[in-house]
Ligand binder design. Structure first.
Ligand SMILES: [Zn+2]
Length: 100
């Protein structure tokens, strides 16, 4: 599902351009732009949930997360998230790694 990441990025960029620059042409263009932006964000979110595995910094086990955890997990930096580790049964800082 490599294409989904690129497609969602495209939606976000086009949506942003349309919502910022579309108003002088038609009142509907910013609306369409905003919906595209929203769809792009949801797709990117779905994609990032499905394509990343997380490695616990304490026990070194890897696990997948749900989109709820992706949403609620506190970001500690680029690809760093505070997540509930199912092995440690605690909230641990985890490193995200793209699936290959
Ligand atoms: Zn752990």
């Amino acid at each position: 599902m490599k294409w989904l990441g690129k497609l969602s990025a495209g939606f976000i960029i086009i949506g942003a351009i349309m919502s910022v620059g579309g108003a002088p042409f038609s009142i509907w263009i910013p609306f369409i732009g905003l919906s595209m932006l929203l769809i792009g964000i949801i797709m990117l979110f779905y994609w990032s949930t499905k394509n990343f595995i997380w490695k616990c910094s304490k026990c070194n086990n890897t696990f997948e997360i749900t989109w709820q955890q992706n949403l609620l997990g506190m970001n500690m930096g680029v690809n760093d998230k505070l997540l509930y580790c199912p092995y440690c049964k605690d909230k641990i800082e985890c490193k995200g790694k793209k699936k290959v």
